[in-house]
Design a protein around this ligand. Structure first.
Ligand code: FE2
Length: 284
């Protein structure tokens, strides 16, 4: 069943500026025509807010989507965690064209009540994370630059739909997201920036880039590595460092949004992730 989106009417499309891309070698950061195209999809989204508009994608954009989809699917079959694969198969996204956000949102809403809501770029954690408590996932509508379909330092629709959306078909993950969202909301309301940062780090090293042990094997849990060719390959490359997930170590880290992950953290189990999320909730 579709959810009513009216409760988002009072929420600004974006309160703060989006994170900027500073990585110098990403072609999408410097191609003016590309930046204009990205901006036009953002403007289109903002005009329709909080509804999801129909987007018209170019052949080039469909081509990037198809290329990434074809390369990713067999890699995911081999390396992704069970919850992701179940969600991916249930979501059943097309390989040959960029799907409409609204259609994907409809399937998620049916399954767990999570809805997609367009956004223009990387949001500040204080805006992005609390929204999860309302089962809302902000989601970019534009496609990465065609010169580098393997990696993008800014979130794009491939990352959102090939990486994040499948997990929202899985109720325990939806509940985990709500829990993270509620803790973040309390941290924002209390003005507790340290706690918000801690929740953001936890989110980054689990939901975005986490690995998880499943039946003795290390599988991919995070949307960044499930939904990106370079990140997926890096996260299963034995020459790239993997460490056991440890909140004491994670809290010392920072997030570099522009560069590929240099180290990956492996959660022992789904329970370990939910337990830490619940501990963070108690701190809020
Ligand atoms: Fe993400």
């Amino acid at each position: 069943m579709r959810r009513d989106r009216a409760f988002l009417e009072d929420v600004p499309f974006a309160q703060e500026d989006y994170g900027s891309i500073v990585q110098t070698d990403y072609p999408g950061a410097h191609d003016e025509a590309y930046r204009k195209r990205v901006q036009s999809l953002i403007d289109h989204s903002e005009e329709a807010w909080p509804e999801i508009p129909e987007y018209e994608y170019t052949d080039e954009e469909h081509g990037v989507w198809s290329f990434v989809s074809e390369v990713l699917t067999p890699l995911q079959d081999r390396y992704s965690c069970e919850a992701f694969l179940e969600g991916r198969d249930a979501l059943d996204l097309p390989d040959d064209h960029v799907p409409q956000l609204d259609k994907v949102s409809a399937k998620m809403e049916d399954e767990t009540g999570f809805m997609l809501a367009p956004v223009g770029g990387l949001l500040d954690q204080s805006e992005f994370l609390p929204r999860l408590s309302q089962r809302v996932m902000r989601c970019t509508p534009y496609v990465r630059h065609s010169e580098n379909p393997f990696f993008t330092p800014e979130p794009d629709i491939v990352h959102e739909l090939r990486g994040h959306a499948p997990m929202f078909m899985h109720e325990p993950f939806a509940e985990l997201s709500v829990q993270i969202g509620e803790s973040a909301k309390k941290a924002v309301e209390a003005g507790d920036e340290d706690l918000l940062e801690l929740i953001g780090l936890f989110y980054w090293y689990t939901v975005e880039y986490g690995l998880i042990r499943e039946d003795g094997n290390i599988k991919i849990f995070g949307a960044g590595n499930n939904g990106g060719i370079q990140d997926l390959l890096r996260s299963v490359d034995p020459t790239i460092e993997k460490k056991p997930f440890d909140m004491e170590k994670i809290k010392e880290l920072t997030i570099d949004y522009d560069a590929p992950q240099q180290v990956f953290y492996v959660a022992e189990s789904y329970e370990q992730i939910t337990e830490i999320a619940s501990e963070l909730g108690k701190m809020a």
